[in-house]
Design a protein around this ligand. Structure first.
Ligand SMILES: Nc1ncnc2c1ncn2[C@@H]1O[C@H](COP(=O)(O)OP(=O)(O)OP(=O)(O)O)[C@@H](O)[C@H]1O
Ligand SMILES: [Mg+2]
Length: 230
């Protein structure tokens, strides 16, 4: 039996703007087993980013629960929730969101420093993480001095440097050419294989998605499991 890492139950999310209400998530249920590599598919605007931001406790649902490693994330205080996220969850944003005035090394060190890792150790671990994404030669470059694929690999290093149990990746290959996208994808697969990292990845690329353990589709605010075309 595979061990459950994360369980989301009956997630709902309503956005309100001026006098309009819009329910993006309408009762999402999801179980992720430890070590799984799962693709999250769905047309633009269906709520994929909304969902993985909630799963990563970057945003709160209107109702519903997310339990990870036995911890009910939204029952925690904001500070405890942020600390849990820092320790257990890596997040790759749809746009990489590196800090422009910091070097690659500093960007990757940041989550460790926030988690109160000593500076010397944070530096050593960030160097290792950048080495793993084959950027040992770009440690002191700022994002603006790197290519899109390099910036995305720095974002991956930043997401995994703390050795999280779960990696949530929002279209990590979205803005990349086919060959670079394939490289980033292989990198994530390697982290999954070698470190047992559980990964939920939003992608529009069906070829890459077909290569993962499982595919789920967000349709009309709910998840549908399966390989058929939607
Ligand atoms: N903060 C917000 N306030 C109001 N509406 C929002 C907010 N964030 C997202 N939405 C709306 O919720 C819907 C889902 O957005 P979301 O970014 O989750 O979609 P997505 O599936 O990730 O799309 P894409 O594939 O284009 O990235 C969209 O219609 C969007 O306009
Ligand atoms: Mg999105």
């Amino acid at each position: 039996m595979s061990e459950t890492l994360l369980q989301a139950q009956e997630l709902r999310k309503t956005f309100r703007s001026s006098n309009q209400e819009f329910e993006v998530l309408r009762g999402v249920n999801l179980t992720l087993a430890r070590g799984e590599l799962v693709a999250l598919l769905g047309v633009s605007g269906t709520g994929k980013s909304t969902l993985i931001q909630i799963l990563g406790a970057l945003d709160r649902p209107s109702s519903g629960t997310v339990v990870m490693e036995g911890v009910d994330l939204f029952a925690l205080s904001q500070n405890k929730c942020a600390a849990f996220r820092n320790r257990h969850i890596g997040f790759i944003y749809q746009s990489h969101r590196l800090l422009p005035e910091f070097t690659a090394l500093e960007n990757v060190m940041l989550p460790l420093l926030i988690g109160r890792t000593a500076r010397r150790e944070a530096k050593a671990r960030a160097e290792d993480a950048l080495h793993e994404v084959e950027l040992a030669h770009r440690l002191h470059h700022r994002p603006g001095q790197m290519s899109g694929g390099e910036q995305q690999r720095v974002a991956i290093a930043r997401a995994v440097v703390g050795n999280p149990a779960l990696l949530l990746a929002d279209e990590p290959t979205g803005n990349l050419d086919r060959k670079t996208a394939e490289g980033v994808f292989q990198l994530l697969k390697g982290l999954n294989r070698n470190k047992g990292l559980t990964c939920l990845m939003v992608t529009h690329n069906r070829e890459l998605a077909a290569d993962l353990d499982r595919r789920i589709h967000l349709i009309d605010g709910q998840l549908v499991e399966g390989d058929e075309q939607h």
